[in-house]
Design a protein around this ligand. Sequence first.
Ligand SMILES: Cc1cc2nc3c(=O)[nH]c(=O)nc-3n(C[C@H](O)[C@H](O)[C@H](O)COP(=O)(O)O)c2cc1C
Length: 384
Amino acid sequence: MQEKYQPLFEELRLNNGVTLTDRLGMCPMLVFASNDDGTPSQLDLDYFKLRNEVGQILITGATTFQPHTKCGPHQLSIENDEAIEPFSKLASVMKEHGNKAIVQLQHPGREASVGYAETGNAYAPSAIDFPFLNYPVKELTDGQIKQIITDFGKATERLIKAGFDGVEIHGANHYLIQQFFSEYSNRRTDFWGGSLEKRMNFPIEVTKEVISVARKLKPDFIVGYRLSPEEIHGENVGYTIDDTLKLVDKLSDLDIDYLHTSTYGGGNFGKDAYKAYALKGNQTKPVNALIKEKIAKREAMIVSGSVKTPDDALDALNYGDIVAMGVVALSDPEFTNKIINDQIDQINLNVKDRLKELVIPEALVEVYKAGAPLPPLEGLDLSK
Ligand SMILES: Cc1cc2nc3c(=O)[nH]c(=O)nc-3n(C[C@H](O)[C@H](O)[C@H](O)COP(=O)(O)O)c2cc1C
């Protein structure tokens, strides 16, 4: 290995005492391949087996835990104790080379389009007529909100029993936790909304619940939290980086092991996403630099977004402690081994004619063809 890449393989100790042996990870990515009951299929197992050497931190795609809340077809879901055994197979495959198996736990809230198709119900903090949804949403009651928090804890317990090393609370990408934090989506006036302080209550209560279950059952279980640093769509401002820095401060006072930022997609985040500046508010430094400064070493920070080369990964370490990769993990699962074995010139991110070999399911290609706002895959044929 070229010596300059050594920083990518430095150890890192998390708050729970776990020591990571490298600074690389795989981003959470939906595979759209689960069995009908949400448990991992053989295709899920094959997909992760191929990618289980990408880095120490391996994160599954968004995984729901309440019935009828899926946002995508064949999404993973851990809804009951019967799911523990099938999920344990996924944990084993992910941990095969000593890397950490982490499940991203998600409640999609208003984005539960599959749930809506199944039951005619989708729930959100407030019953707003969202112009981008083709179905109505209902306002969550206080009781339902408390049940979701309890169920985050129950899912954590099941994942511990299934042998996973950690969970990542999905507070990003417009799903329920972000919907509570967003002034655009949350118009409540009770404990769960009304001021910035109150809009933080749901994210904080979910995190406390997950931490309390984890620390009781498995003290070295990894608890991470992912957030989108800002929510700005033209006139619609859900929150700015300044609001996020206040949430980061509160989350960092809890006993989390890492904070993971999700920076990709539109706005400033199309290219060099991991070092993009905010669209509004504090633009003195890239958002990830501002967030890292706010964390002030209280937990580790994972950065991600448009890392395509080993040099990008090295550069991204200037903004966080761990670098997670999505498109790279999809397109060249041997990326990290090629850095180690001095075969950088053999890194190949072009997926043309390699979909089978890369275990990229047809359903995932269909999602791309339908125009989902995902980072593009080089060489993917989008003709219908
Ligand atoms: C196919 C696909 C599925 C994704 N699913 C998720 C997901 O389930 N949860 C999530 O937080 N982000 C998801 N993302 C976003 C990635 O985690 C990541 O933030 C994004 O791809 C940018 O990183 P990259 O440029 O290295 O790909 C997905 C991305 C892709 C390409």
